[in-house]
Design a protein around this ligand. Structure first.
Ligand code: GLU
Length: 314
């Protein structure tokens, strides 16, 4: 199929694929360990696809606004890499999948050295947040927001105060992870200050168009889709995409690689960012999660699209 024929096909099929996937939401439910996330509409499902040649397709609840949660971790990793370089970041965090839950502390004590296995589990992401340059937590948060605004092209992008406060008030597990990291000399920065920046970047509000735009920047190896300017060095995008394949969908990343075969990152508010290298940036949201923490309907939709369009990179 030519690019044009592909686009025509996706345009015709997306609403049908979405309608079919929406019913899958009944097999999951919104996250509730962050109390504010429990109010999300369980059967919402939206998608946006942006093409490298500037076209946009949207379907379903594509303007539903949610918080990035773990999806933000891909971009804080990029920012930390741009601030500190590869060597310094990977002195503090590993490169391997864990097979454990995203907020597990099991391996931190079991293996030597006690650094987090990768930057996409919570322990790793909190460590990465501490490596973002800035004199104060406020400055670090501003730099994170500025980075997201630049990548999305949306100067109004910001975090949701209510979700931030809800997570901050209930983050006993993340707090214990962070203190453990501090005790192990993995975290050099102040625990509460680091967590504050972490909760804020997890609470950044976005819709499917924002996700698709972030994904397209990654699909284009760090280039601005409009101007072609380098926003992120290609090497760092390569690192981020490798983590998305090996750990982006929590401990369902292997299954997702087999069934969908695209670099992706999900978050507990139901968002999934996925990309077809060089071609498409995709944003999907469906707040009902499966027991691995991924959007049930969102994964179903990505699998349907990838199979129909033969998008797997493998
Ligand atoms: N802020 C969430 C947490 O730390 C992010 C989790 C996620 O989306 O996986 O628990």
């Amino acid at each position: 199929m030519t690019n044009e024929a592909q686009w025509q096909h996706i345009t015709a099929q997306l609403p049908l694929w979405l309608a079919k996937s929406r019913s899958e939401a009944q097999h999951g439910r919104p996250a509730s360990y962050i109390p504010e996330l429990a109010h999300a509409p369980a059967d919402a499902l939206g998608a946006v696809i942006l093409s490298a040649d500037g076209r946009k397709l949207e379907a379903g609840d594509s303007s539903y606004v949610f918080t990035l949660q773990s999806i933000s971790k891909v971009f804080t990793l990029l920012l930390a890499l741009m601030d500190q370089g590869e060597e310094r970041v990977f002195r503090k965090v590993g490169m391997e999948p864990t097979g454990d839950d995203f907020n597990s502390m099991l391996k931190l004590e079991l293996v030597e050295p006690g650094i987090p296995f990768n930057p996409l589990i919570n322990a790793g992401a909190i460590t990465v947040t501490s490596l973002i340059a800035g004199q104060t937590p406020t400055e670090r948060t501003s730099r994170v927001l500025a980075f997201f605004r630049e990548l999305t092209g949306d100067p109004a992008l910001t975090y949701n105060e209510t979700v931030y406060a809800s997570e901050k008030a209930t983050a006993h597990r993340n707090r214990s992870l962070a203190y453990f990291l501090k005790d192990n000399d993995v975290l050099d920065a102040d625990v509460e200050e680091t967590l504050d920046v972490y909760f804020k970047h997890c609470s950044i509000e976005a819709d499917c168009s924002h996700l698709a735009r972030l994904a397209l920047v990654l699909a284009l190896n760090g280039k601005d889709p409009h101007t072609g300017r380098e926003l992120v060095p290609r090497r760092y995008v390569q690192i981020a995409k490798s983590f998305m394949i090996t750990c982006g969908m929590y401990n369902a990343s292997g299954e997702f690689a087999i069934q969908v075969g695209l670099p992706a990152k999900s978050g507990v508010a139901g968002g999934i960012l996925a990309l077809v290298p060089g071609r498409y940036g995709i944003g999907v949201v469906g707040p009902a999660l499966n027991d691995k923490g991924n959007s049930v309907a969102g994964v179903h939709l990505l699998r349907t699209m990838s199979e129909a369009m033969d998008w797997s990179i493998f």
